[in-house]
Design a protein around this ligand. Structure first.
Ligand code: F6R
Length: 260
């Protein structure tokens, strides 16, 4: 695992965007796994800038999002589909046929989850998966006690997650209780993971994810088994890490040829 601590979310997001841009430049047909929420907003803004200013070409890129709320169709303003179009897809040259999200309105949810897994395989697997982390340690919507081998499926959201995402809904009582999410096993199959976390409210979840024991109670801790995960953190999110100084030293000493 590589833990990179930068002074601000802007700097961490710029680095994240550079890592993604380098991947697309070396593999124009790359498959990206994408996340929603507040954390990747700056990352998406940086990618849009790279597209506008440097011509970063998304025309052959394929994307799969981690999750979607059950019961929301694509046009629902709180759906993750709507979020992705608003914050990324409508600003870059990506074809809508190449962007995928779980179908929150599928009649047969288990069958549509199976199909989602098949589509990822047909695309050749995910080259790079963008992740955030929930205050309860979830990645995707794999809430505590999710199987570390899980695949795409329906999950019940915890109260804490609903409260964290309260701003997305006019009324918490109207918020969906379920989401379809890639499983931990699906995420671990990605060739590279890029987890971004910012702010003090993520510090405990980050410490448990990076340095705690691997346990289904902190689903993100399963990333300790992944051979190529990069954590991009700001100082506040890194503030509970016991080995923060060591991670800084490693990053400072990194040779130029290894830097994105
Ligand atoms: C969203 C997702 C979630 C979020 C997490 C953090 O697609 O998979 O795991 O990354 O809930 O959310 P924010 O970024 O809003 O703090």
């Amino acid at each position: 695992m590589e833990v990179i601590i930068l002074p601000s979310p802007d700097e961490a997001s710029r680095l994240g965007a550079r890592i993604i841009a380098n991947l697309i430049k070396t593999n124009a047909g790359a498959t990206l796994g994408l996340a929603t929420g507040r954390t990747p907003l700056r990352l998406y803004r940086e990618l849009i800038l790279l597209h506008e200013k440097e011509g970063l070409d998304f025309s052959r890129v394929t994307t799969f999002n981690l999750d979607e709320y059950v019961g929301f169709n694509q046009d629902h303003p709180a759906s993750y589909h709507f979020f992705m179009v608003k914050h990324l897809f409508s600003h870059i040259n990506i074809s809508s046929e190449r962007t995928h999200l779980p179908d929150g309105t599928a009649e047969d949810i288990p069958a549509s989850c199976l199909r989602y897994e098949e589509l990822i395989l047909e695309a050749g697997g995910i080259d790079l998966q963008v992740l955030g982390v929930g205050t309860d340690g979830h990645i995707g919507f794999n809430e505590p006690a999710s199987s570390l081998g899980s695949r795409t499926r329906i999950k019940t959201l915890t109260r804490q997650t609903l409260q964290d995402n309260e701003a997305d809904f006019k009324d918490l009582n109207q918020a969906p209780r379920h989401a379809i999410t890639m499983g931990i096993g699906t995420i671990l199959d990605s060739r590279k993971c890029l987890l971004l976390a910012f702010g003090e409210n993520k510090a405990e979840a980050v410490a448990r994810t990076v340095e705690g024991p691997v346990t289904s109670l902190v689903p993100g801790s399963a990333l300790q088994f992944h051979p190529d995960t990069v954590f991009l953190l700001d100082e506040a999110a890194a503030s509970n890490l016991a080995y923060a100084d060591y991670y800084r030293e490693v990053y400072q000493g990194k040779p130029d040829w290894q830097r994105p």
